[in-house]
Design a protein around this ligand. Structure first.
Ligand code: AMP
Ligand code: MG
Length: 423
């Protein structure tokens, strides 16, 4: 296990006052070790979990050469070259019901999709291509040897890895595992993530607001994002801006969870006492990240009762919480879960309007992506303030304005990240 200082010292030009997004992620990833716990689950119960060991195929899939179409199986040596040839149909084969005999020259067998290729045959002529008159089946020229036949092992080969450790088990993987006849899989245990909100102004839903108070919405967005990421969540509620209460919450989180995500308390005015307390509990850095929204952030590891948890101290503003979660915490938690792939694709889209942007920071503006005249086109949701949560709700994508990017003109192409799939 490396120390945070070691992880940071590997990053060139480290500047805690203007850390590029990519560098922050580099530090985070190099500091994080996946959880080691593994459990065996029936295939369906493993949906959404991360495979803990490679699955080596115990069989070929498909296990036999079989027909890809409804038609007639023949020997490729018999296929007509210049003129049509009439074959004699000697039987039929269905999926799950083989043709027992052997096929000789000039003979064919009626086959349905999935039927094992009758002995001697290697080619299927689709039923629509032939002229059938009782048992006399006339096949025209123009057929390719081996056509419409699926080869044994063309999907998965016996003895080869069918799925790699670190793979997320989606519906496709459940089916693939079942196609191997495997009923149980080894997956990483679920990640336990504690979260809480900090702030003297916060009021829980169900109570009346007084002047200067706001409802605690971050615990709802965080709960939603963590739950959809597949974490076991521990909700530690609202913690007042009081060093003793904060310390108790952090100690509990460190003892009970693999990671803790907090909101608020990392901005300039509040960070001082959080910093002092963090120095007591573990190794934590306070960063100003070159991004918008979401500039201040804390990251590290805290300890209590012989246990430890990774800490993500997010800003308090509701949009900043979501943006920093998606662009730092999400990838870090997936790495912790043992996932081997965490990056999301960016799409190119045309800007409908100009956008202001200064080089030297990454911006994640909230956008609406739409297909217009056969091309993806994006506009902003309106006010982009980091407290305007309705911008997240209206948006279906982040407009990702890269670190070096300057102002955007209407009609320029830029990169967007679709929110579906982000959790
Ligand atoms: P802070 O980072 O604690 O200075 O908070 C920045 C802004 O976000 C302030 O306007 C807070 O009232 C607001 N805020 C902080 N935490 C929450 C929360 N849990 N729900 C809604 N707004 C919050
Ligand atoms: Mg606060």
């Amino acid at each position: 296990m490396s120390t945070l200082q070691q992880a940071i010292s590997c990053v060139s030009d480290y500047d805690p006052d203007a850390l590029p997004v990519a560098k922050a992620n580099e530090v985070i990833r190099s500091f994080i070790d996946p959880v080691s716990g593994v459990e065996k689950l029936p295939v369906r119960a493993a949906l959404g979990r991360v495979l803990a060991k490679d699955i080596v195929s115990p069989i070929d899939v498909p296990s036999h050469d079989n027909s890809a179409m409804d038609g007639y199986a023949v020997r490729s040596a018999d296929l007509p070259r210049a003129e049509a040839i009439t074959f004699t149909e000697i039987g039929a084969a269905f999926a799950g019901k083989e043709f027992a005999g052997k096929v000789g020259t000039g003979q064919c067998v009626r086959v349905m999709t999935g039927a094992v290729m009758p002995e001697g045959t290697d080619t299927v002529v689709i039923q629509e291509a032939v002229a059938a008159d009782g048992e006399r089946i006339t096949i025209p020229p123009g057929q390719e040897p081996g056509q419409n036949r699926r080869l044994a092992g063309e999907d998965l080969q016996k003895g080869k890895p069918a799925l790699r450790s670190g793979t997320l088990l989606r519906p496709a993987e459940l089916g693939l595992i079942a196609s191997l006849g495997i009923g149980e899989v080894s997956v990483r245990r679920k990640l336990k993530v504690a979260f809480f909100s900090t702030g003297d102004e916060l009021v829980s839903v169900g109570k009346k607001l007084k002047a200067g108070e706001v409802y605690d919405s971050n615990r709802y967005t965080l709960w939603g994002m963590l739950t959809r990421l597949g974490c076991e969540v521990i909700d530690l509620g609202v913690v007042r801006d009081d060093p003793k209460k904060l310390e108790a919450a952090f100690r509990r989180a460190a003892a009970e969870a693999d990671a803790v995500v907090t909101s608020g308390g990392v901005s300039v005015g509040e960070a001082d006492f959080t910093k002092q307390m963090m120095a007591k509990l573990g190794e934590v850095v306070f960063w100003k990240i070159a991004m918008r929204p979401g500039r201040p952030m804390a990251f590290g590891r805290i300890r209590a009762r012989g246990k430890s948890a990774y800490l993500f101290g997010l800003p308090g503003n509701p949009v900043a919480v979501m943006v920093t979660f998606y662009h730092f915490v999400r990838g870090a938690l997936l790495t912790l879960m043992g996932r081997s792939d965490t990056d999301l694709p960016l799409l190119r889209a045309k800007a409908e309007t100009a956008m202001r942007k200064k080089p030297g920071r990454t911006e994640y503006q909230r956008g609406i992506l739409e297909l217009k005249n056969g091309e993806w086109s994006v506009r902003l949701t309106g006010a982009q303030g980091s407290g305007i949560l309705s911008s997240m709700s209206e948006a279906n994508c982040f407009v990702v304005l890269a670190h070096e990017q300057g102002a955007v003109k209407a009609g320029d192409y830029l990169e967007v990240m679709v929110m579906d799939g982000l959790v």
